[in-house]
Design a protein around this ligand. Structure first.
Ligand code: NDP
Length: 276
C-alpha cells in the first residue's frame, strides 16, 4: 500500500508559478497569443514569441520589453517543418530550453462545402491541424531531450503544453468544414499525445476550447445592440462574450504545477455555451 502524501504549504503557495520558465508562444501576434505571452511575461517567464510577420513580432517585443518582460522573437510558419525546427533551435539557443508551449495561431475562411475548393479546405487543415501536429512534435522532442534519458518523470516536470482549439471542435457550423475538422482533430490528437508523452516523460498537454472572444476578426460581433450579439447571448449563460484576458487563468493553470494531474483534456472555457 502506498503512503498518503501530505499537502505541503510550499506547493500551495507556488502551484501557479511559471517564474523562470521558458515559454514558447505561437500566433503571438494574435489577440489571444499576445495575451497569453504577456501573462507568462508578467508571471516571470522568459517568452519566445513566434509568428510569420517579423514587423509585428518586433513591435510586440518592444512593447513587452518596455514592461520589463524578458522576451525575444523568431519568425516561422508553424505548418512548415524547417521553420518549426528553426523556431525550436532559436528558442533553445536563446534561453537554453523550452518548458512551456502555448499554441495560439489559427486561421479560418468560412465557405459552404459546395463552393469550397479542396485546396481551400486543405489550407485550413494545414493551418489549424497539421501545423499543430508539427509544432507539438518538434517541441515535445526538445522537451524529451532535456530529460537526458530519464523516464517515468513525475507529471508536469517534463513540460507543459496548452493548445487553443475551439468549441467548434465539438460541434459543426455552416461553412466550417475545414475549421471544425481541424479543431476536432487537434483535440483528439492532443488526447493521443497525452498517452504518448505524459506517463513516460512527465509532459502535460491540454487544449482550451473557447467560444467567441474579442479579436480584430470578431470585433464586429461585439455590438451589444446587434442581432448577432443578442442571438449569441441566448446561448451564453455567463451573459457576455469573452475577452482574451478571460483565458489567462486557464493559461497559467495549465502551464503550472496546479494542473499536474490534468492531461489530454479539452477544457471548456465557453461561458457555459455547452450547458444550454
Ligand atoms: P487572431 O486572428 O487574432 O490571430 C491569429 C494568429 O495566428 C496571428 O498571430 C497570425 O500570425 C497567426 N496566423 C494567421 N493565419 C495563419 C496561418 N494560415 N498559418 C499560421 N498562422 C497563422 O487569432 P485569435 O487570437 O482570435 O485566435 C487564437 C486561436 O483561438 C486560434 O487558434 C483561433 O482559431 C482560436 N479561436 C478564436 C476564437 C475567436 O473568437 N477569436 C474563438 C475560438 C477559438 P501571423 O499572421 O503573423 O503568422
Amino acid at each position: 500500500m502506498g503512503k498518503l502524501v501530505n499537502l505541503e504549504k510550499d506547493f500551495v503557495n507556488n502551484m501557479f508559478s511559471v517564474k523562470g520558465k521558458v515559454a514558447l508562444v505561437t500566433g503571438a501576434t494574435g489577440a489571444l497569443g499576445k495575451t497569453m505571452a504577456k501573462a507568462y511575461g508578467y508571471a516571470g517567464a522568459k517568452v519566445m514569441l513566434t509568428g510569420r510577420n517579423a514587423g509585428k513580432l518586433q513591435a510586440l517585443v518592444d512593447e513587452f520589453k518596455a514592461e520589463d518582460i524578458e522576451c525575444s522573437f523568431v519568425t516561422g510558419d508553424p505548418a512548415q517543418v524547417a521553420d518549426v525546427e528553426n523556431i525550436v533551435a532559436k528558442t533553445v539557443e536563446t534561453y537554453g530550453e523550452i518548458n512551456i508551449l502555448a499554441i495560439a495561431h489559427g486561421f479560418n475562411k468560412p465557405q459552404n462545402i459546395l463552393e469550397q475548393s479542396v485546396e481551400d479546405w486543405e489550407y485550413i487543415i494545414n493551418a489549424d491541424c497539421k501545423s499543430v501536429y508539427i509544432v507539438l512534435k518538434y517541441v515535445a522532442q526538445q522537451m524529451v531531450k532535456q530529460l537526458n534519458g530519464a523516464e517515468n518523470v513525475p507529471t508536469g516536470q517534463g513540460g507543459k503544453i496548452v493548445v487553443v482549439t475551439s468549441q467548434r471542435s465539438k460541434r459543426g457550423m455552416a461553412g466550417y468544414t475545414g475549421y471544425c475538422a481541424s479543431k476536432g482533430g487537434a483535440d483528439i490528437m492532443i488526447a493521443s499525445m497525452a498517452c504518448d508523452l505524459s506517463a513516460k516523460y512527465g509532459i502535460n498537454i491540454n487544449a482550451i476550447c473557447p467560444t467567441v472572444f474579442r479579436s480584430e476578426l470578431t470585433e464586429w460581433m461585439f455590438d451589444v445592440n446587434s442581432e448577432v450579439y443578442k442571438n449569441f447571448l441566448k446561448r451564453e449563460p455567463i451573459g457576455r462574450l469573452a475577452e482574451p484576458y478571460d483565458f489567462v487563468g486557464y493559461t497559467l493553470f495549465l502551464s503550472s504545477d496546479a494542473s499536474n494531474f490534468i492531461t489530454g483534456a479539452a477544457c471548456d472555457c465557453s461561458g457555459g455555451y455547452l450547458v444550454c
